[in-house]
Write a protein that binds this ligand. Structure first.
Ligand code: HEM
Length: 178
């Protein structure tokens, strides 16, 4: 079933969820690895180019996910969760969603400081819509790195909670997104 139901996520939401998850994990590793590349590395230009293009894809897919969830409402949190678990889930989901926009936007802003656009896998270019100032670039670099590394803890919490609910509490939490 493509659309979401009141019990489970549909195929579209499941694919979007796992595609974004894999891309984000890969991008955190790629970002961490590429910042220390030497100028003489063969990946010196290729790695940041791939990182930026894939990051823009995450932004676009996250925007589509929001639109899709307005069209096809996701299932509500399971009714038998404790109030504190529900609050925790909502906070973690909101941070994850906000990060999918904040991280790509701050990446884009640090790139566009010199008026540089982003090449999308060499197929076309996203122009520098806003030529950011040095100050905004510095803030963007910090926010980009902090949000990305904090995301490792948030993703671990999110995955850990899903595994606990599925295997310890014997709820269908993980199954409904698989
Ligand atoms: C969800 C998407 C993204 C994630 C998870 C992510 C993650 C990261 C991480 C972990 C770093 C290393 C930070 C550090 O150690 O200083 C990094 C660096 C960087 N990212 Fe991203 N990024 C994403 C999207 C983007 C986008 C869309 C762009 C640009 C269009 C971008 C541009 C950059 C640049 C230019 C750097 C290197 C900064 C430097 O050389 O110091 N990122 N990213």
């Amino acid at each position: 079933m493509l659309a979401n139901s009141t019990e489970s996520y549909g195929l579209v939401s499941k694919m979007v969820h796992w595609a974004i998850a894999l891309c984000i994990i890969f991008l955190i590793w790629l970002g961490w690895w590429m910042v220390d590349l030497s100028f003489y590395s063969r990946y010196y230009y290729a790695a940041p180019n791939l990182h930026k293009a894939l990051g823009i894809v995450v932004f676009a897919v996250a925007a589509l996910k929001l639109i899709w969830h307005a069209v096809s409402r996701p299932p509500p949190l399971q009714a038998d969760l404790k109030p504190l678990e529900k609050l925790g889930a909502r906070v973690v989901h909101t941070i994850l969603l906000v990060s999918m926009f904040v991280i790509p936007v701050t990446g884009y802003l640090q790139t566009t400081v010199k008026g540089e656009g982003v090449s999308m896998f060499g197929l076309f270019e996203i122009p520098a819509l806003y030529r950011s100032s040095e100050w905004l670039r510095d803030v963007s670099i910090d926010v980009h790195a902090w949000f990305s590394y904090a995301l490792i803890a948030i993703v671990a919490l999110h995955a850990g909670a899903a595994l606990k609910h599925q295997f310890i509490d014997k709820k269908q939490t993980l199954r409904r997104i698989l």
